[in-house]
Design a protein around this ligand. Structure first.
Ligand code: NAD
Ligand code: ZN
Ligand code: ZN
Length: 344
């Protein structure tokens, strides 16, 4: 089968021919119907050899959708022919976090050598993929796999981040979304669907600001020196109740901490080099700064239920497996509108 693999540190991913996998005990084989490209892949492929821990060759793709084609011995709970999306942050299934559905915070995954598809295990950028357990599949029925596959990360990650701050998103509150890309443009829609908060989007590109407005941002400003004053004005001087930073550059984190209100949350979603520089004296009372990682298994099911109501409009650009290296170049350059999705 055809697959897209990262094979050499520092080189572009390659389209290669590899053996079609067979499901082992408990596993599920999917014929991939769609796979999303994430900026985290770009980060992984930019890591120096000393820091790189994902194994080589690595079949990329941690956003996967497919049709069940075979079940390994003892695997039950899904049927051959069923259309599913893959819950990516695989955990042990047994620890306290996993028992609560938050396998993204599994305390034993590293120790047990469990890694997500595309980030250690073979990923979804291939004609077929192995899923380690039916537990990691969410049925999508007749939803289009192309627009459903970004839910697994571009949707799930902001959904989880927003849910953690939901009690603050009352009418009159303001949320700043920094970076209206794959995650950000879904995040804006989730904020609108789940709360009454006023959404302010920031980006460096006019095209992305236009996309942000199209998907529901009340305001969209360039992410430059003028952004602080623009946000202050929207909030009537009070500041923002939540900042979701999908970039996490030093400039965006510094800005986030300058525009927050009392009892606000700054959530670092972007895998960027910036550091939150703050202490008791520098920020309003009660400011919380935290990171977030992917989302929970039940949260993905909730998100699919939300998608079924028709309120989400995920913008996608579609590519073939052969075009994937070029699509990654576009992602690196910041010129993808919404999510790049590969249809094998
Ligand atoms: P993307 O490339 O689709 O979107 C990034 C957006 O940020 C683009 O629209 C770009 O124009 C904009 N941008 C760049 N610099 C900016 C700046 N200084 N100010 C404002 N906007 C700026 O990327 P994506 O796939 O949506 O991923 C976003 C980030 O989230 C990446 O760092 C990725 O690694 C990370 N991520 C984290 C998790 C997690 O679990 N925490 C999960 C998935 C992705
Ligand atoms: Zn990702
Ligand atoms: Zn666990």
């Amino acid at each position: 089968m055809k697959a897209v693999q990262y094979r050499t540190i520092g080189s572009a991913p390659e389209v290669v021919e590899i053996d079609t996998p067979e499901p082992g005990p408990g596993q599920v084989l999917l014929k991939v119907t769609a796979a999303g490209l994430c900026h985290s892949d770009d980060f992984v492929m930019s890591m120096p050899a000393e820091a790189y821990t994902f194994g080589l060759p690595l079949t990329l793709g941690h956003e996967g959708a497919g049709t069940v084609v075979a079940l390994g011995e003892g695997a039950t709970g899904v049927e051959v022919g069923e259309n599913v999306i893959v819950y990516g942050p695989w955990g042990c299934g047994m620890c306290e976090s996993c028992a609560n559905g938050f396998e993204n915070y599994c305390s034993r995954a590293a120790e047990l050598g469990i890694a997500p598809p595309g980030l250690g295990a073979p990923g979804a950028l291939a004609e077929y993929m192995i899923v380690d357990s039916p537990r990691h599949l969410v049925p999508i029925g007749d939803l289009d796999p192309v627009t459903a596959v970004p839910l697994t990360d571009a949707g799930l990650t902001p959904y989880h981040a927003i849910k953690r701050s939901l009690r603050k998103l009352v009418p009159g509150s303001v949320t700043v979304v920094i970076g209206a890309g794959g995650l950000g443009h879904v995040g804006i829609q989730l904020l609108r669907a789940l709360s009454a908060t006023t959404v302010v989007a920031l980006d460096v590109s006019e095209d992305k600001l236009e996309l942000a407005r199209e998907v529901g941002a009340h305001h969209a400003f360039l992410s430059d020196a003028s952004a602080e004053a623009a946000i202050r004005e929207v909030t009537g001087g009070k500041g923002a109740d939540l900042v979701l930073d999908f970039v996490a550059a030093q400039a965006t984190l510094d800005l986030a901490l300058k525009v927050v209100a009392v009892d606000s949350d700054v959530t670092i979603v972007g895998v960027g080099p910036g550091e939150a520089r703050f202490g008791w004296l520098g920020v309003p009372y009660g400011t919380t700064v935290r990171t977030t990682y992917w989302g929970g298994r039940t949260e993905l099911a909730e998100l699919v239920a939300l998608a079924r109501t028709g309120v989400l409009h995920v913008a996608t650009e579609t590519y073939t497996l052969g075009e994937t290296p070029a699509a990654y170049e576009k992602l690196h350059a910041g010129t993808i509108r919404g999510r790049a999705v590969v249809i094998p």
